[in-house]
Design a protein around this ligand. Structure first.
Ligand SMILES: O=C(O)CCC(=O)C(=O)O
Ligand SMILES: [Mn+2]
Length: 217
């Protein structure tokens, strides 16, 4: 008998209009997701994220890491990062996500939320290097967190809990028309690692390096 991964009735578009955000449920069984979580917690060279917002230098509580096909630079929130080369673990996850979603990615931003006191504020991912109608695949490991969308004009909200091993793909007009956030929660006491696979336009990424006005996140 085959295991019921991914869940039934998936993928399902979470957004009622103006975008496609496909929720696939758990694409990795709990044991495998736990294995990946432990590996990420122990082996990734996590660093606090930095940003320049309204001329002020800010260091986030959340930690990040950036991986990709080559050592290209990527600028957002006024700071330039250089991608590290893929690890076998990240490549295996990327391959599974690409198989399920049918899109190709050349980079991945990893976020580590130590517990529910850390979150990510409302934003959309529209950095120049991503191009229009960006396609972002988000895979979660560890503590289940709520993920919210809010339509920029109508303010309509949509929420989805993202369990360990689950996949969400944001594409089409999602970033243009909706913002998203990971709200803080006093109930969450365990860490969560989130991977966002992205397709960077390399020519524009180099240009973005000159641009110190990157978006606020
Ligand atoms: O942690 C998440 O689920 C979202 C991460 C995110 O929105 C981002 O890295 O841009
Ligand atoms: Mn985002």
């Amino acid at each position: 008998m085959e295991l019921a991964f991914p869940e039934e009735d998936v993928p399902r578009n979470l957004l009622p209009y103006d975008g496609e955000s496909l929720y696939y449920g758990r694409i990795f069984p709990p044991q495998q997701a736990e294995h990946y979580l432990r590996w990420f917690l122990n082996s990734i060279p996590w660093q606090h994220d930095e940003a320049v917002i309204f001329g002020k230098h800010i260091v986030t509580a959340r930690k990040v890491a950036w991986y990709g096909d080559s050592h290209y630079d990527y600028t957002y929130s006024g700071k330039t990062r250089t991608a590290r080369p893929w690890t076998p673990e990240l490549l295996a996850i990327k391959q599974e996500v690409e198989r399920l979603g049918g899109s190709q990615y050349n980079s991945c931003l990893l976020n580590l939320y130590a517990d529910g006191s850390q979150g990510m504020a409302w934003h959309h991912d529209d950095e120049k290097g991503l191009g229009a109608h960006s396609d972002i695949a988000s895979v979660s490991f560890g503590a289940e967190r709520r993920f919210d969308f809010r339509h920029k004009l109508s303010k309509t909200k949509v929420s989805q809990y993202l369990p360990s091993g689950s996949l969400l793909i944001m594409r089409g007009r999602t970033q243009a028309c909706w913002q998203h956030q990971v709200p803080k929660s006093t109930k969450v006491t365990e860490p969560r690692v989130n991977l966002t696979f992205r397709r960077m336009l390399l020519a524009e990424t180099r240009i973005a390096r000159e641009d110190e006005s990157g978006s606020i996140r």
